[in-house]
Design a protein around this ligand. Sequence first.
Ligand code: KG4
Ligand code: ZN
Length: 349
Amino acid sequence: MYNPIIDKTKENPVILGIESSCDETAAAVVCGRKVLSDEIASSADIQALYGGVVPEIASRAHTDAIAQVVERAVKNAGIDYADIDAIAVTYGAGLLGALLVGVSFAKAFAYALGKPLIAVNHIRGHLSASYLACPTLKPPFVTLLASGGHTAVLYTKTEAEFEILGGTLDDAVGEAFDKVARVLGLKYPGGPHIQKCAEAGKPVIPMPKMLKGAGGYNFSYSGLKTAVINYCHTKEQRGETYSKADVACSFQCAAVDILVEKTVEGAKEKGVDTVTAGGGVVANAYLREQLQKACDRNGLKLVLPEKRYCTDNASMIAMEGAVQYMLGNFADMRLNAKASIPLATTLKT
Ligand code: KG4
Ligand code: ZN
């Protein structure tokens, strides 16, 4: 019988977070907003050989790693299993086989220990990473979400009320980074390599305007990606050389500037004084710098998660678990993995 005891009086619950939605097997322990441990095993090096994530390889790597990663997280947090108040696990969105490893493990663990189980939406985990960066952060705020699967500007009114101001109409920004990196012969995942390559370049190659000054808070990245592909292919067909650094830099500027512009606009329209950000692309140095400058110019406070909490990690899942714990949202043994969860329905709890 699974009938866990939930201590509703806990102000700073100890949450074990488990994340396995893509190629990172991660576990972390968070107490309140403090990270006690953060463990990660990645199959990115193997995936890089294939130029992207191969779902079956990711699932097998999770199966091999998960028990040790969770054990390390608990040990390095300096706690006993009995000290855990709840187990939070990513149940979607992501690769189904990969998610199932984390969800099955978390269910078994929660059952065996008699601990409450919390189902975490991966995207909300990215949003909650900002709570780790600022102990006093409270809604309302506007968030830029920029990852490999999502691009959106979101308004958080309270911990339980969200509004999507706009999102991508086609590719996610991280996906565009990865595809452009591939065209330039750079490794997977492309974002960090584009950033490095761009350091030696200048934004001298004209890029499409995308939805600058149009489309509300929506984004479109497929035109930008195609423009880069066409530029490189045309040069190659003509036997002309081109600067990869200039291409990377021009692309990065175009991809980032629109994110910054629409996020700040969203904050102004909603009348909030705080902007937050989350998702792997928020690890990008140029984005962090430009967002900071734009927030400073507009008198907005910017809360940015540390880079390691921007890319996939379990601390953000544990942190979001703590938010759900406070809201009283618990799962049970019927919890299943979901490959996709529409942003709209999941963001309104
Ligand atoms: O949030 P994340 O780790 O996984 C998803 O939930 O999708 O985001 C991964 C994405 C990849 O597309 C990766 O290329 C991108 O984040 N990324 C970056 C940087 N680091 C990771 N993009 C630009 N610059 C970076 N430094
Ligand atoms: Zn992610």
